[in-house]
Design a protein around this ligand. Structure first.
Ligand code: SAH
Length: 229
C-alpha cells in the first residue's frame, strides 16, 4: 500500500522509521513518504501561510503550495485524498480496516489555524479526525492513521492472526496479558494460564474480555447488539 503524507514538517514522520511500522516500510509492505509542501511554494521566500481574511488569530495555510503538491503527487487522482481534521469522521477500528482494503492514501496535514477552505473543496475526498480534541498540526494524526491502517495490511504484523484477537476486533476489549515470571512482587499469574488446557484458557480469556468490556466500555456491547463495531 502506498501512503503519502503532505506536510510542512516532514521531519516529524521520523517516528515511523521505528519498530513494526519501520520494518514494514523497510521491507516494502508499506510504501510511505512524507512530502514537503514548502518545496511547491511559488512565493520567493517559500512562504506557505498568511493571515486569515476577515481577521482573527493565527495563520492559515495558503492554497497554492498545497494544490501544486497534490497535483504533483497524485496527478490522476488515484489516491484517496484525506484531510486530517478535527471536523472529520472519527477514526475507528472499522474505518482502519476499510482504509487498508481501499485505495492508496494521501494524507494532508494542516498546521496553524488550518488550511484555506478552497483547496479542501477542490481536492479532498474525505476528512478524518483522531478524536474530539485539537492538535497543533495534522502530523501526529496522520501518523496515527499510518500506524493503525498499516496493521491491517497483509504481511505487516508478524503473525497473520495477531490483529484478529486485539481489542475492538470482535467488539470487545482484549483480555489482560501475562509473561514470565509466574510471580512478581507477590502477584501471581492466574492459575488457568499455566495449566496448558487451551479450552479453559480460551474460556477464561473470553470471560475476562466480556467482564472488562462491561466494566470499562459498556457502549461497545450496545454497539455489538446493534451490529456495530
Ligand atoms: N482551527 C481548526 C483547528 C486547527 S488545528 C479548528 O478549530 O477546527 C491545526 C491542524 O491540526 C488542522 O488543520 C488539522 O490538520 C490538524 N488537527 C487538529 N486536530 C485534529 C484532530 N483531532 N484530528 C485530525 N487532525 C487534527
Amino acid at each position: 500500500m502506498k501512503i503519502r503524507a503532505l506536510t510542512l514538517f516532514p521531519g516529524m514522520f521520523a517516528c515511523l522509521n521505528e519498530s513494526i511500522i519501520g520494518r514494514a516500510i523497510k521491507n516494502g509492505k508499506i510504501d510511505f513518504e512524507a512530502v514537503d509542501i514548502r518545496a511547491y511554494s511559488k512565493d520567493k521566500h517559500q512562504k506557505c501561510d498568511d493571515t486569515p481574511y476577515g481577521g482573527g488569530a493565527g495563520m492559515v495555510m495558503t492554497p497554492q503550495p498545497i494544490y501544486d503538491c497534490i497535483q504533483s503527487v497524485d496527478p490522476g487522482h488515484d489516491y484517496l485524498r484525506v484531510y486530517m481534521s478535527p471536523k472529520g469522521e472519527k477514526l475507528s477500528d472499522r474505518l482502519c480496516r476499510d482504509l487498508a482494503l481501499g485505495r492508496d492514501l494521501l494524507l494532508l496535514c494542516g498546521h496553524y489555524e488550518g488550511v484555506d477552505q478552497r483547496v479542501l473543496d477542490l481536492c479532498m475526498d474525505k476528512e478524518i479526525s483522531v478524536g474530539d480534541y485539537v492538535l497543533s498540526g495534522g502530523e501526529l494524526a496522520a501518523m496515527v492513521v499510518v500506524d493503525s491502517v498499516s496493521r491491517f495490511v497483509d504481511g505487516v504484523l508478524g503473525s497473520a492472526v495477531s490483529h484478529e484477537t486485539e481489542t475492538f476486533s470482535d467488539g470487545l476489549l482484549e483480555y489482560p496479558h501475562y509473561t514470565r515470571p509466574p510471580e512478581f512482587m507477590g502477584l501471581k499469574v492466574p492459575e488457568v494460564l499455566l495449566n496448558g488446557n487451551h479450552k479453559e484458557i480460551d474460556r477464561y480469556r473470553r470471560n475476562t474480555s466480556v467482564d472488562l468490556t462491561e466494566r470499562l466500555r459498556p457502549d461497545l456491547l450496545e454497539d455489538k447488539a446493534d451490529g456495530g463495531v
